[in-house]
Design a protein around this ligand. Structure first.
Ligand SMILES: [Zn+2]
Length: 89
């Protein structure tokens, strides 16, 4: 893994901590409602890595294969959130 800011390979991995001691810091896609997120539905864990040389922070979301299939079916710019909600109801 290289730093996307400076190209350095001097990357260390770590965790982003939150008020719950790092156990609940997650990524919530915009199309997942807060009600679902409260119960852990639709949110995904994240991992992070930092460049020792320049301090750039990179984060990755651990998407499932199902997530990738769902989100990658749209080529280019993602459709408007409201249009996506309407198409799923
Ligand atoms: Zn860097």
């Amino acid at each position: 893994m290289n730093c996307i800011a400076c190209g350095s390979t001097n990357i260390i991995e770590g965790k982003i901590l939150d008020e719950a001691g790092g156990t609940k810091f997650t990524f919530k896609p915009l199309d997942v409602s807060m009600w679902k997120a409260v119960f852990g539905i639709g949110v995904r864990k994240i991992s992070a890595a930092a460049c020792v040389r320049c301090g750039h922070l990179q984060m990755n979301v651990n998407f499932s294969d199902e997530d990738k299939q769902h989100h990658l079916k749209f080529e280019g710019e993602q459709p408007d959130l409201l249009k996506r909600i309407e198409s799923e109801s």
